[in-house]
Design a protein around this ligand. Sequence first.
Ligand code: MG
Length: 241
Amino acid sequence: MENKKGNESTNIEMIAFDADDTLWYAEKYYIQAQEQLHKLLDQYAGYETIEALMLETEARNVPVYGYGIKGFVISMIEVAIHVSDSSVNGETIRKILDIGRNMLAEEVSLFEGVPETLNAISDQYRMMVITKGDYHDQMSKVARSGLAHLFEIIEVVHEKTTATYARILEKYRLDPSRFIMVGNSLRSDILPVLELGGTTIHIPAETTWALETVPDFDDTSAGYYPITRFSQLPGLLSDIH
Ligand SMILES: [Mg+2]
């Protein structure tokens, strides 16, 4: 298939981007929220206990409620009920709901170099977003990011497994060998795409949620390219193809 952008020098059919902690900050707002939760509950437990309980509760709740802030708020409330032995009052629950509401209203804060880099490569490559989480929240962030016009497709999915990527590639008739995924998460953005024979560009974020880490990842895998800054992307893309 000829590249839509009419560029004959590239073999790349589509570049897909993860959104949270790849294009803009996300994890730091969860960490801040957890610190606020701890302040509300410090009469019951220390920060490490709250942190461990949150991780355990989220791991249990993600399959039920999905990723995103709404499920996170439910987890915070469950933790509050648990550590207080069900004695937590309505006022504290209201403050927890406020933490979630403030997170949803948080300004979209792009990583350094993101708009410039995407603008620079947009003439040459077709681009899409593949993000997981709450549909409403993710679409709202894309709209508020000021980047929406650069992406041909926005896919909000519940989970990013090999099957998810296979379905997306099939849906848009994309060839895995001409598909590139750019993201911060080894588990969600890199491993499944490598498994399908795609190319991956890993930009590790400063902080990664414990549920997204892969301790024994083989960084010599074919098709795996790590970079440290978003602005290194154009150089790497011209090196790859
Ligand atoms: Mg991410």
